[in-house]
Structures are given as C-alpha cells and as structure tokens.
Design a protein around this ligand. Structure first.
Ligand code: 3HC
Ligand code: NAI
Length: 699
C-alpha cells in the first residue's frame, strides 16, 4: 500500500510531504510514513537538509481524532518527533493552512519553522477535552514563554503566523511555501547553522513569575467551570517549569493526557466536534443541490433580534437593508447596534475604525421598495401570526423571484406563514438565538414545501456568518423551544412540591449550565411567557397540570431583571439573583391553596426531572423526524441553550448515564405523576429493549 507521506528531492533538499486529505491528520500510516521518509532522507547522501510540509490545503491539523479511544498503534507521535529532533541534517517545517495540535507539535520537532503569512498555528486540544499530548505543553513554553503558552493551550485559539513569529514560534515568514522553505534550508546548510532542538534547553521557561499558574487556575475555574482539560493543561505547563528534566516534564504531560483521554468529558467534547460537522449534512437533499448566492440581505424589524441578526452579516462584509414601520424605531435600533459595536471595539475585539465600516454596511429604510433586490429577507417582527402573514404577503409582492423569504419566529407554524405567499418553496425558518450576534446556533426550520435550494442556502448561510446551523422540522417550538417547555414545567412543579427557585438554579448551574431556569426567565423577562400562557390557557387540556406560580409573580409586577425583581430580587445595578423572602412566602401560600403538601426535594431529583424531561421530549422529536439525528439535538442545546459542552448535549448525556437507567427514572416519574409528558418516548423504550443508546440511532 502506498504511503501517505512522500519524499521529493529539490536539489540538495529532501522535501517530506504529507498527503492525507482533507487535513493531513496524523493517522498511524502518516506517523509511519513520517518516520520512514526521514530515515530515507538521512540515509541519502545527496540530501543535505530536510523540509517537512503538508500537501493540499494545509500543514498537519493534528492527531487523527477518529483514532482516539482505540488502542494506539506504533509508532507513537512522541517517537516520531524525537527522530526528527535527532536528525543530523537540518529539518525545516514549512507551514501553510493550519498547524494544529499534533501538527504544531510535529513542527516543534523541526530545528526551524517557516510559515506563509496567511497560516495559523495553535494547540486546540483543550476544545476536545484534551491537552497537547506530544510535547506541546513542554516545547511551546520553551519557545514562546509560559504566558503565551498558557494563553494558547488553555484557550485552544489559533494564532496567525505573523503573531506566531513575534512570539518565537515561527522563525521566518515566506511568500512561497516550498521554494521559500527550500531556500531557507539551503541557507542553513550553506552556513552550517546550528540544529536548534527545543527540548535540549530551558529556553524561556525561567522568565515566568511562578504565581502565574495559580492566577490561570483561578481564571480557568471561573471561565470553564467543572471542566477538567484546561486545569490539566495548566498543570502540564507548570510541569515544564518545575520538572528537573525535559523527559520528566514529558512524562507528567503523558499522565495528565491519559487522565483526560479516559474522561467522559473528552468523549463528550469530541462528540460535539464531529457533531458540528455532521449537522451540516442533510441526508434527503438531492446530491449536488446548490445554495443560492447571498450578496444582499434584507431584515424586517430592527428590535432585539433584527438588529443582532443584521450584525452577523455586516461582520462578514455583506450589506443589509433593515425595514421598520417608523423612523423612530430605526433610530433606536441603529443606536443599539452602534453601541454594541463600540463596546466590542473598546474591549479590543476589533479596531475602532471597524465600527464605521460595519455600520456603513447597514442601511435603514421604511420602504419595502428598497429591499426588492435582496437575495434573502429575514423577518423579525413581533411574534404574531397575523402580522407575520401580512408581512409575507407583502414580501411575496415585492421581492425578486427566487429570493429566500425567511422568518425568525421562535415557535410559529412555518407552513401557515408560507401560505401567505404564492412561493412557499422559497419560505423557511431561520431561528437565531438571543443575543443573535453572539449565540452560535442557527436553527433553520424547513416547511413542508421549502425547496432543497432554499434549505441549502440557509445551511450555507449559517457557515458564512460563523454559526453552527441545524435543520429542524416544523412543529410548535421546533427542536429547542419545544424541549425547553417540559424542562421549565418540571422546574416550576419542583418548586410547588418543596424546592426553592435557588435550589433548582444551583443544581442546574453546578451541572454546568450558565444559569438555571429561573434566573434565565428573569433575564429574558417573565411577561413574555406570561402572555403566551394566558393565550394557551384558553384551550388548556382538562386534567393537565398547570402551575400558576409564575403568573402570580408577573401579576405582582415582577417581570424579571428589568423590573428589579422576578423569581429573584436584583439590587440596583447588580445582575446577581438574590433569593427573596417574599417569593418564599408566596410559594408556601400557593402550595397550601393548591392543596400541595410540600416535602424535601433532593438535588438528584431536581437534576433528573429537569434533564430527563429534555431527553424524553428530545426522543419524541426524533421519533417524529423533527430532528434528523440525536446529535442535532445535542448541538442545538449546546450552542443555543448553553447546555454544558463537556457533557455533550442531553442525548449524549443520557447515553453516558445509561439509557436503561434514564428510562427507569422516566417510568418512575410517569407512574408517580400520571403526567402525559412523562410517558416514555417509544424510541427510548425500543432502543433500551435492543440494548442500544441514542448513539446507535438510525432511521
Ligand atoms: N482528525 C480527524 N478528522 C479530522 C480532523 C482530525 N484532527 N480535523 C478535521 N477532520 C475532518 C473533519 O471531521 C471533516 O470531516 P468530514 O468532511 O467527514 O465532515 C474534515 O476533516 C474537514 O474538516 P472541517 O470541515 O473542519 O474543515 P475546515 O477547513 O473548516 O477546518 C480545521 C479545518 C481548522 C483543521 C478543522 O478541521 C479543525 O479544527 N480540526 C481539528 C484540529 C484539532 O483539534 N487538532 C488537534 C487534534 S488532537 C491532537 O492533535 C492530540 C495531540 O496533541 C497528541
Ligand atoms: P422586538 O419587539 O425587540 O422587535 C420587533 C421589532 O419589529 C420592533 O422594533 C418593531 O418596531 C418591529 N416591527 C413590528 N411590526 C413591524 C412591521 N410591520 N414592519 C417592520 N417592523 C415592524 O422583538 P424581538 O425580541 O426582536 O423578536 C422578534 C422575533 O424574533 C419574534 O418572532 C420572536 O419570537 C423571535 N425571537 C425572539 C428571541 C428573543 O430572545 N427575543 C429569540 C429568538 C426569536
């Protein structure tokens, strides 16, 4: 079998090229090829120096993630790296695309590194629940210093080549990759330059203040609560400084790496890595379906969502025209967008002059005539079916043929909205999450008649604006909000039965969510849900449990943070939720009136009832085909609802607990509550009967 690594001769320089598309991951065959080609280059007397490069679109983007969790097959990466370091002939790594993880670690084995200006380097292992396990935590602080190493390794973020050069990671920027690297190697040979082996000395290790490790530990504990990987990353860099030799430091890195490899967090984060890519694949779209070009965007409504959505496009250079009924609403909306941009610039996210550039891509108007030539229009007006249908009828009249007509509705029937037009094939839901310029999820919702091109267009659009796009089917609340409903109901029932709102929020926060359901309600505003519930109550099914506790709170004028009080109390200028004795009293009174005998509710029950409510509804959503795969639900929850990434989303989490155990608890909750909502999803029963989990789900 041919090797994915080849050796070419460019005069007296041997060029070792990795050819393992798409990203030149370090599979077993690549590791073997790297070792073999180096041995050949060393044995060849005509070769005086070596260049190591990647063929295709990138240098090496890291270990082959698909091999994780399987037995390691020799040679391991550390021994390949050692062989390159020990090469008697100078080795130059030539970087283009991305040198990531094991890829950058391999580049550190070279005696010198050159890179094209547009390339990036990074150690992103932390994002997969890991740490750089092939010497990255030992070599990076030696070349770039402890602080830069801690920043790069604990964030996993990529660094552009020019910055990497300043940090000492790259020795020279070249214009033309292979010719530039070959010329660099020829020069080394001609000058008899020293073979710089990073691991041979302490480099910049001793420049750091020893207190830095505790500072980073505290920072990371706050930023990545309950996440193991960044803590182990810090411990590994600390070992580089404190170990008596490079070998000892490397040994500690291996131990810390092995610990992470065994952790369920690693499995969860890798599930999310592949999930992000999986959700882009829509199995029933005809092969070769082309997305429409999006060069101009229109948005209807410049409120909370319309403004945020517009920013996504302006950020990537796409012009947007925003329609409102009145100039005053436009002025208000544009003022908020400008403020947002200015704040980002002040925080150093981009230079100040970017504010004007981005604002310059946004055009306000009160006339629909100004949007007729947009490639896509996204409606983001109030959540009212009548209004939305009126707007879609107007869009049908004014928009050019083939334009995508999208709605940002968070719950409403896409087909009913589409029925207001004569072109339902062009209509689709594009559900953004608040704040729309920040949250990574885009939940696209296909209507019955949405065409493949329309679907492909909004899926591609997600990628273009840096979102993770999931495709959902049309039902009340789609994937995300439909699941949220039973989750919130359980939280309120638990309060009626004996828990306090702060107990629920603490358990959910400790599980890893950014906040619990009650703090979330207070943040979003309780009046919104109240209005929806008052509407729903008119047709509430007889016998279905309803908690009016939340309504009573709104009726007290407590609408959440914006009124200084909701489920919790907020002091002036402080967003920290504080438990309120008034609410405690209200709960007691409410329970007594409802004839509920309050009891002690355990943390375990809180967690199970909230999370398994999500899982059971998620399974029903899968059964109905509203979600394509379990991972679509996991991605929706991680990127739209801040479900802790290191737990892999609700469906992955259920598999981790054991779907049979989850089913037993769901059955128990069904039995004691008699609630329809707890009726176990047939899909869960079927999977458990076959000894399977969501990971085995197929259609
Ligand atoms: N291993 C296996 N497959 C990988 C991979 C890897 N390291 N990196 C990417 N792929 C796959 C993707 O799953 C995708 O497969 P698909 O086409 O079947 O869906 C394909 O390669 C293309 O990837 P992207 O769609 O992500 O391509 P982009 O061009 O958008 O991005 C990239 C390229 C920036 C390299 C991005 O893929 C990426 O960030 N990859 C992961 C890099 C990484 O985490 N490296 C560290 C690995 S861990 C490690 O090295 C441990 C070591 O310290 C011992
Ligand atoms: P908002 O009240 O902040 O903004 C709505 C805007 O639409 C207002 O500026 C209003 O002036 C404008 N508007 C009303 N009628 C109009 C018309 N005929 N023509 C042009 N503009 C008109 O509301 P928000 O929060 O931005 O919600 C908009 C949509 O997004 C709703 O469908 C909502 O369900 C959905 N959504 C809201 C989320 C949120 O967290 N706020 C999250 C996801 C979706």
């Amino acid at each position: 079998m041919s090797s994915p690594v080849v050796l070419e001769k460019h005069g007296s320089i041997g060029v070792i090229l990795v050819q393992n598309p798409p990203v030149n991951a370090l599979s077993q065959a690549v590791r073997q090829g790297l070792a073999d080609r180096l041995a050949e280059a060393i044995a060849d007397d005509d070769i005086k120096g070596v260049v190591l490069a990647g063929d295709g679109r990138t240098f090496i983007a890291g270990a082959d993630i698909r091999e994780f969790g399987k037995p390691m097959q020799a040679p391991d990466l550390n021994s390949v790296i050692r062989a390159y370091e020990e090469s008697p002939k100078p080795v130059v790594a030539a970087i283009h695309g991305t040198a990531l993880g094991g890829g950058l670690e391999t580049a550190f084995a070279a005696h010198y590194r050159v890179a094209v200006a547009k390339s990036f380097v990074g150690l992103p292992e932390v994002k997969l629940g890991l740490l750089p396990g092939a010497g990255g935590t030992q070599r990076l602080p030696r070349v770039a210093g402890v602080k830069t190493a801690l920043d790069m390794i604990t964030s996993g973020d990529m660094v552009p080549a020019p910055k990497a050069r300043e940090a000492g990671i790259v020795d020279e920027i070249v214009d033309d990759l292979i010719p530039g690297a070959v010329a660099f190697a020829e020069k080394l040979v001609a000058e008899g330059a020293p073979l710089k082996v990073i691991s041979a000395g302490r480099g910049k290790l001793d420049e750091a203040d020893p207190a830095i490790f505790d500072e980073y530990r505290a920072q990371v504990a706050k930023k990545a609560r309950g996440v193991l990987a960044p803590q182990n990353c810090i411990a590994a860099v600390e070992a580089a400084v404190k170990a008596s030799s490079f070998e000892d430091g490397l040994k500690r890195e291996r131990e810390l790496f092995a610990e992470l490899m065994e952790s369920p967090q690693r499995a969860a984060q890798i599930h999310i890595f592949f999930g992000e890519r999986e959700v882009a694949k829509i199995p029933d779209l005809p092969k070769g379906t082309e997305a429409k070009k999006i060069g101009k965007v229109a948005i209807i409504g410049c409120g909370t969502m319309g403004g945020g959505i517009a920013m996504n496009f302006a950020n990537v250079g796409i012009p947007v025209t925003i329609v409102e009924n009145e100039q005053a609403a436009l002025d208000r909306g544009f003022g908020i967008i400008r403020k947002n941009y200015e704040n980002s610039a002040k925080r150093g996210r981009f230079p100040m002059d970017e504010v004007e550039k981005r604002m310059g891509r946004l055009t306000p108007t009160t006339s629909y005539d100004d949007i007729a030539d947009a490639d896509i229009v996204i409606e983001a007006v109030f959540e009212e079916m009548g209004l939305k249908k009126e707007i879609f009828a107007k869009l049908d009249q004014v928009m050019k043929p083939g334009a995508v007509l999208a709605t940002n509705t968070s719950t409403l029937d896409i087909d009913e909205i589409a029925s207001a037009t004569k072109r339902p094939e062009d209509v689709i839901g594009t559900h953004f999450f608040s704040p729309a310029n920040v949250m990574r999820l885009l939940e696209n919702v296909r209507g019955e008649k949405s065409s493949p091109e329309t679907i492909q267009t909004v899926m591609d659009m997600g990628k273009k604006i840096g979102k993770v796009a999931v495709l959902a089917g049309n039902c009340h609340g789609f994937i995300g909000n439909r699941m949220l409903h039973p989750y919130r109901r359980q939280a309120e029932f638990l309060v009626e039965e004996g828990a306090q709102p702060e107990d629920i929020d603490r358990v959910i926060y400790d599980f890893g969510f950014a906040m619990g359901p009650f703090a979330m309600g207070d943040l979003a505003g309780l009046d919104v849900g109240y209005r929806v519930r008052q509407h729903q109550l008119k047709t509430w099914p007889q016998g279905k449990r309803y908690s009016s506790l939340g309504d009573k709170i709104v009726e007290m004028g407590r609408h959440g943070q914006k009124t200084g009080a909701g489920w919790f109390l907020y002091e002036e200028g402080d967003r920290t939720p504080k438990p309120d004795p008034v609410i405690k009293e209200l709960i007691e009174k409410h329970a007594a009136e409802a004839g509920l005998k309050r009891r002690a509710v355990s943390d375990e029950e809180i967690l199970e009832r909230c999370i398994y409510a999500l899982v059971n509804e998620g399974a029903k959503i899968l059964e109905e085909g509203i979600a394509i795969r379990p991972v679509d639900i996991d991605i929706t929850y991680v990127y739209g609802y801040a479900f802790p990434k290191h737990r892999g989303g609700p469906m992955h989490y259920a598999d981790h607990v054991g779907l049979d155990k989850v089913l037993a608890r769901i059955r128990h909750f069904h039995e004691i509550s008699g609630e329809d909502e707890w009726k176990p999803a047939k899909l869960i029963e079927d999977l458990v009967a076959q000894g399977k989990g969501f990971k085995d789900f197929t259609r």
